[in-house]
Design a protein around this ligand. Structure first.
Ligand code: GLN
Length: 476
């Protein structure tokens, strides 16, 4: 069976009888086995996927009209998105052995449309990281070069699509975790507007930033999945009640648009010369077909990372307090009393990176430091929002690389967390502001590693963004 890159192609072959769901699931299960060394899956739901495939084949045979809109779509889900009756660990020891009694709204919605979930994929612990090395299951490896990191935190999601073990994956993006691994692995990573998709059933990292997003090979799959998952949900009061645009019937749009890029980004110290060159090439190509692409001032770039790491760690310190050794998962055997149960269970259960962030977050919220850190960072967030709004008053999109550097070697930056934090510089703005952003694979680096460019749009402009990207992806 040849590789499929979109549901449209899968559906055509299901329709003609060239393939069945049973055959497709077997194909993906074989690829999962063949890519075991990449450490993508935490758990493969092989038998369930086979059963569901057989049921769907029968349903389709009896009445082709009766199947859902995601019939033919085989997906993986990140180990922070709950699926009823299955384990969920956030790649952490603290949730060892825990089975979730409910499904995330996003999962319910894709299942209702006849998607098949083939397994749960590895990630950075509690979605904290940019390399997928911060996992109790060990690092995920990049399919393009197994010595390289796949990016993170949705590294397993990105590689599951890159290595053709499923058609699409559900990831999460708090500060770039869908887009940066998409860039490192050469797939499309789409983070919709904050509040577009319910966070119910997503293990929270930083609630005012977290958003479910998709990793796919095609714009059409990103559009359809987002449309199906999006919209109001009684279980998440922060989800937008705004009507969901029809995204799946977007048309590749080549009308001239105004696109901004930041001078400060293209001249940034952290920028790899090849990233700069590849970005410049695309700026030129966009101009050549009639788009206006202009540099704009954005002097807040260097404040983004400090503000993000103050705010997200503050939220994480609160969100992760529920993992106390009593309610879920791991409980220390060494504890002699209640206080020790909390202390030892958390000490044993969380990774060093998660503990670092909980402590930092607790510190910035503590009396005497709150105003200097948390309050200040909130003000910076507001400034970044205001400046971004000003740019969107004049421009359709902002473009920049998803990462200032190509994928690095596994282990290379493991001892320098701050250096790794700084590499989130281009993805975090979209989360600070809550706007949609997508990372699109363009030509690779000379060493063969993939490279993705990011386009950011104003709130709820998913349709406009996807229509443009469909034109960009295929033609520019
Ligand atoms: N790399 C960022 C961090 O470590 C982003 C994580 C994310 O988006 N979940 O916080």
């Amino acid at each position: 069976m040849a590789r499929y890159n979109s549901l449209v192609d899968v559906r055509a072959d299901l329709q003609s009888g060239a393939i069945s769901m049973t055959e497709l699931v077997e194909y993906y299960l074989k690829n999962i086995e063949a890519s075991e060394a990449l450490n993508i899956y935490v758990e493969v739901y092989a038998e369930e996927a086979r059963e569901k495939a057989a049921q769907l084949d029968a349903k389709f045979k009896s009445n082709p009209e009766s199947v859902g809109r995601l019939f033919g779509m085989v997906i993986s889900h990140k180990d922070v998105i709950c699926y009823e009756g299955h384990g969920i660990t956030a790649a952490s020891k603290i949730l060892e052995g825990y089975t979730t009694p409910f499904s995330a709204t996003a999962i319910e919605r894709v299942l209702a449309e006849d998607a098949i979930i083939i397994g749960r994929v590895n990630c950075d612990q509690f979605a904290m990281g940019s390399t997928n090395e911060n996992s109790v299951f060990g690092p995920v490896r990049n399919f393009a070069d197994p010595d390289k990191v796949p990016g993170g935190s949705s590294g397993g999601s990105a590689v599951s699509v890159q290595a053709d073990t499923c058609l699409a994956s559900l990831g999460t993006d708090t500060g770039g975790s869908v887009r940066q691994p998409a860039s490192f692995c050469g797939v499309l990573g789409f983070k919709p507007t904050y509040g577009r998709i319910s966070r119910y059933g997503l293990l929270a990292y930083a609630s005012s930033f977290d958003q479910i997003g998709t990793l796919t090979n095609s714009v059409s799959d990103a559009a359809l999945l987002t449309e199906i998952m999006a919209g109001p949900d009684d279980f998440d009061s922060t989800v937008s009640t705004k009507a969901v645009d029809v995204l799946s019937d977007f048309e590749a749009q080549d009308k001239p648009l105004k696109i901004a890029y930041f001078k400060s980004a293209l001249e940034h110290d952290s920028l790899d010369p090849e990233v700069k060159q590849l970005t410049q090439n695309k700026i030129n190509a966009l101009k050549a077909v009639g788009h206006t692409v202009e540099p704009v001032d954005f002097d807040l770039l260097d404040y983004i990372i400090p503000a993000y790491y103050v705010l997200t760690t503050a939220e994480a310190s609160s969100n992760l307090s529920r993992f106390d050794g009593i309610r879920y998962g791991h409980r220390s055997e060494e504890a002699a009393n209640l206080l020790e149960t909390y202390q030892k269970s958390r000490t044993e259960g969380f990774s060093a990176e998660v503990k670092r962030r909980i402590m930092l977050g607790t510190f910035v919220l503590s009396a005497g430091y709150y105003d200097a850190y948390y309050g200040k960072a909130q003000q910076v967030r507001r400034l970044i929002q205001e400046r971004t709004n000003e740019i969107f008053a004049e421009y359709d999109f902002i473009m920049m690389p998803a990462s200032p550097v190509p994928a690095w070697n596994i282990g290379e930056k493991i001892d320098d967390p701050v250096a790794t934090y700084l590499l989130d510089i281009f993805t975090v703005q979209a989360n600070m502001v809550g706007v949609p952003a997508i990372c699109v694979p363009v030509e690779p680096f000379q060493n063969g590693m993939p490279f993705g460019l990011q386009f950011i749009a104003n709130r709820f402009e998913e349709r406009k963004l996807l229509s443009f990207v469909a034109h960009f992806f295929n033609n520019i």
